[in-house]
Design a protein around this ligand. Sequence first.
Ligand code: ATP
Length: 305
Amino acid sequence: MQGVHARAPGKINVFLKVGQVMDDGYHDVATAYQAVSLHEDVFAYEASDFSVTLSGSIDTIDVPTDGSNLAIKAARALARKTGYRGGVRLEIEKHVPVAGGMGGGSADAAATLLACDALWGTECSREELLAIAAKLGADVPFAFTGGTAVGTGRGDQLSPALATGHFQWVLAFAEFGMSTPKVYSELDRHRERHAQDIFPTPAQPTVDANVLQALRSGDPRLLAESLHNDLQAAALHLAPGLTNVLELGEENGALAGIVSGSGPTVAFLAADVDAALELQVALSAARVTVARATGPVHGARLIHD
Ligand code: ATP
């Protein structure tokens, strides 16, 4: 049967500052996203109702296949918005670790919006699809646009950032997932317990100028110096074993390592392809599950197989 194939990338937050909790319960954040070459592939086929099946290179056991799957939510949201009366059968090939802090579910949602719009011939504009994306989750608009961008608000108010060159990443996957809300709650508890006067919660978080400069320069050493994640301490508190992974990577040639988003994936920045390969081998030898990726890459797009 003729279907539509769309692909969307996972992301690394190369910089993430977390501000106050807003009225909608989300934290105000300022982040610099980089889309990386670890993709989700979504295949969409005509159907009378909505369904999803999963396959891919990672464990998908914890991913729901009912109406709570973000891809199904995305398809239903598009159908509602456009008045489309049919459904869709989705097949997702997942490569981004589940609940790994790399926005895999968001990538599924972004690719699904594009795939269904093409399959159904609903001809939404980019802006219309982005508006639906923003309602589905904070990271969905970035999975849609890709590249390098600054996200504010919940992370969904995007402005493009200039970037040159390609950065080489080695990603260390954990055998467990972490709930994003739990990591934010841990950060809140941490802030209540510790030194609010020394490290006050920023009233209006912003992305440091040196990160943007490093992204513009394409120089991995500069970027390594400015990687930052406010959620890292909370993630390490909940999963202390990640500290060893960070140390292992830094001992084996990584310029720097950072917990990606809410974790538990750890992203290591390498100086070049050779250094990335060496690091990949060293981490594999220590029985860490790893993948290599480059960034920035495109956002969601249709693939003409
Ligand atoms: P983020 O970095 O955006 O916070 P994440 O990468 O940590 O997200 P995801 O893999 O996107 O996490 O999924 C988080 C949870 O959402 C999963 O534990 C799963 O129960 C649920 N979920 C719903 N739909 C999907 C989907 N299509 N793929 C993965 N998880 C999904």
